[in-house]
Design a protein around this ligand. Sequence first.
Ligand code: SPD
Length: 386
Amino acid sequence: MSKEVSRLVEAVATGAIDRREFVRGALGLGLSVATIAAVLQGCSGEEAKAPPAPAPGGTPGPAPEPELGPIEGELHIYMWSDYIAEDTVPNFEKEFNCKVTLDTYESNEEMIAKLQAGAGGYDLVCPSGYAITVLKHLDLMEKLTRKHIPNLGNVAPIFTSTVFDPTNDHTVPWQWGVTGIAYRKDKLPTPPDSWALFLDAALKGKVTMMDDMRDNIGAWLRYRGKSLNSVDPTELAAAKVDALAAKVNLRAYISAPVKAQLVAGDVYAAQLWNGDTMQARAENDNIEFAVPKEGAAIWCDSLVIPKGARNIRAAHEFLNYILRPEVGASISNFTGYGSPNKLASEKLATPVPYPSEEQMKTLEYQQDLGAGTAVWDQLWTEIKSS
Ligand code: SPD
């Protein structure tokens, strides 16, 4: 991203300019309409709102935030597998004298289903952007008490004020990344550059795709030049045809756990997220990552406090703790993903720069599908059971 473009994005994210001024400036800098839409949609959907000033003359200002009481002795976290550094939890436990339990999941849908089924007991969960919208509609998130998260100011402006939570009332950005193809450069004759790789019969039994409805069907929509958020019946029918054509070549539908098979060389190519690919690469440097030319998903996962959480003060302390620059950097150094924390991002051993304007042309944020979710659910069931 050029300096001028970064400045413009920051200005709209912080509310220094409004959306119309942003569009005018962006067009002047030669940004495509698609890029402008992506920036506004994914990063700065609404202007950042300054806290309302107390009105003169005794008119009541905003309601004071609740007191949260002392930090509890336990914290229960439910998050994606392989998504936290080895020292993050032990250091927190030691400093805050608080025992942390970490359960993992492999997809947003798995996590949402568990919360919807009334699984109580979690104090923090980690939804992607579109899943935040779903949790909001289901009224499954607690509002954050901002005075307990002073480090929120460390987050880069492009990851605050998102369309998913415009005022960060419920979310603290955790990690961002891209869905693409992890591959063994020593096993494939040419580096993959298309989702068509999974349709290649020569790779039968040596390739996998993710066990994740949004990433899987989304890839086949992009393959045909469609939005990965499409709910158009004709486009979805075409995605199903491609998904089934690929299925005969797949060794399995598998997400993060495929890393061991890539490292061992049992799998030559896998649909996977960039950070998990980097974790596998740390064990075998024949592993590379490619973003297909047809486009792919970009996403940012956040921590939120689900309704029913019992250790709310400890959850806030954890949120503030992971926003420390050195803690955020340690997390990204382990996960291989980008840090939305600007100060942490500057400390990474291997920098993961924010996507360039050029890259944004083929990347798309996943959005809540609304009523279309049921249609996708049905389609995914049909694909997997065929
Ligand atoms: N191993 C952690 C992977 C986290 C991926 N989250 C984003 C998924 C977007 N569909």
